[in-house]
Design a protein around this ligand. Sequence first.
Ligand code: PEP
Ligand code: MG
Length: 826
Amino acid sequence: MTGTDAVSATFVPYGQGRARGLDQDELGSHGVEVDRLVALGLPVVPGLTVPIAHAASLGEVEVARVAVDLLQQLVGRHIGDLTHPVLIRLLASTSAAGSAGAPVDIPGLGITPNTVAALDEMVGSDGAIYDVFAAVIRYVGEHGGGIPGDDFADAEYTASTLSERVKAYLELSSAEGFPFPDDPAEQLARAATAMRRRWVSPRARRSRRGQGLPEDLPLAFHVQAVRVGPLEASGHGLAQSRDPVTGAFAAIGTFRRGVRRSTTDDRPGESLDTLPGGRDVLMSALRTLELHFRGAAQVEFEIRDGEMSLLSARKVERPAPRTAVRLAVELAEAGTVDDATAVQSIRASDLESLLHPQLQLTGRETEFGRGLPASVGAAVGRVALSSDRAVELTESGESVVLVAEETSPGDLPGMLAAKAIVTSRGGLAAHAAVVARGLGRPAVCGATGLRIDLVNRTITFDGQTVAEGELISVDGSSGMLYTGAVHVVPPRPGGDLEALLRRADGLRRLGVRANADNGRDAAVALQYGAEGVGLCRTEHQFLGDRLPLVRRYLLATDPDEEALALTELAAAQKEDFLDLLTVTGNLPVTVRLLDAPLHEFLGDTAHEVNPMLGLRGVRLALTRTELYPAQARALFSAWVDLAAGGIQPRLEVMVPLVALAGELAAAIESIHRAADEIEESTGVRVPYTVGTMVETPRAALIAGQLAGLAQFLSFGTNDLTQLTYGFSRDDVEAQLLTAYVERQLLPVSPFASLDPDGVGALVEIAIRKAREVNPGIKLGICGEHGGDPASIEMCDRLGLDYVSCSPSRVPGARLAAAHAATTAAR
Ligand code: PEP
Ligand code: MG
């Protein structure tokens, strides 16, 4: 090798790496990054890379001298020239992605005791050059010369100014036999050696192991020019390409005049509006980088003599949700990325903060306790310990959090009045959680440590007590409770979210419906983009002030009383259906006939040892044979009324809790009878389909028989999970599942995310058997899992036709269904 060849192998000026066929394994991540910036035509601070294979040689003074000479040529300035000064920054990077594990850089080589005062005066930033010089002397002395750090600390202790500190450090280095050199090449060689020694120390190796990096990860060095200038025209800063609040393109960041100090600079930075030389070059660099990264960009830059150059640039890996959505839509609209890439770049959890209120946590709030995150969003309110109290406080103008052991249908008025709901019992599929999600109220359920004292009207968690009427803050997305009022940030959906979801709609195969029991819920669901109602739980229409009517029917002892109560119930129910169907218009609506565990309506008067396994769903209908026909007549009669006005909902009548084909056959027969009666009385034949829920394991195993009778099947995975595991959906989450997840017996609660091995296997069997018998049968899911992204992915894979979930989860489901379809396609 000639001398020139040796030099060109050892030093690679920024921007020349790729032309020389070098990659990240040779140039380190920073070398590749600056190469890319140069290739994009962006202004980059002058510098050179010493590739990994040659990095050790930078510790030799003669090699370092060639590096210093080359750097001076590249920058066109000379070290020691006090009119146009330049310093040397030494940094290192590894072949690992990003800056993982890289050592901190040494910011200012080339200062000497003779030049320090003049440089500091020129920069005029209050001792910054002394500060940098002191840090370099200490780094080199400590890590290169083995001088104990404590000795430097002692020397620092006796110095009252930065200039005295430099003097003390220089004296210490000399006294320890390791005098700090004036020659910039010697300084660079010593700094490189110190950095390498520190890098291979047992402690640094341990730390890399802890980060999952190879212990002997090699380093490349980068020798960068730091042009020093007066405060008016010089400084350094950080900028991002997006406004985190609006997501709009903007240079957002801070700028600090003068040179970078050795420690964190706690002077407040200036806004980028006052950048010396203006913001145009920075803005255009950020634009270029966004198009290149196909994402938000973050840069570190310096300004010398009013000119901006980049020190580094990277893609922002986890931009704020508002930014991520806006950027994805802009890139897709510009054709820079395809829809699948745009949609894949957003996670369902990103949508939460855009659609629901969030607590703005500062770390200073007082934690009260925690439970299961049962319904997303956040709220602050005064504690109310009963439904009545919640209504009262709300009527007097207060925001209220309803706190109860658990809720039942009679608590609906309080749940409606409250801004949030907290229960000490019950899981993700219990009454409080299901109803809160339906109402769009944040909820924390199964907070097992919560003690409710109804005598003294207080609640206690771990010794902290809050009285009824005092404020608490509820985070239904994390399950956390705080005492007092935490600031709540309102949701900011923005038009670009809908634009993104429309692109998601174009990609997904699964239909997305909502579980909605009335016009109010359905309106929210449609606004969120639901394509129909996949589950109307008719028992929810009988809550609140309808409860006495239902009780009268269920408790009737003679047939006349029963018939009378049923007529009144059916009339009330027809009003409910008119309310719902007017909102849903011509969309499909699945109406599930009554499925109430009796204790939910009757309390102790209907004592059953296992009410969830008792007289529920179709079983009640087979003992009270007029119940389902009455409901069906109310539904069909509502349809006839609406059809007269031009609305023709697509009715799907669904039978719950079936375990025997005979149960379904009997229920279907009674529904058909109701349709015949309506036709007789009105002359209108109402179009509808009938189907059943698959929510007992036996129903899944005999899905072939059910499919012979039904036109659709909908998996009720709340009950199916309960019955497959033998876990009570009301109790087990708080009692057991949190502990099971902590002990890694389960990866996640099977009520939150569909269990692929057990429940999923039953779903798979049922799908196969159903389609064997009835290939055209429509198959969906309406358990809570229909809103869970991982479960939606499974539903897509298993070939269901649609998912149905709480209204607030519809946007996330649209996105997750698109993710599932595009992942499957790839
Ligand atoms: C189910 O069991 O999954 C279901 C949707 O019905 P419910 O939650 O009303 O029991
Ligand atoms: Mg069920």
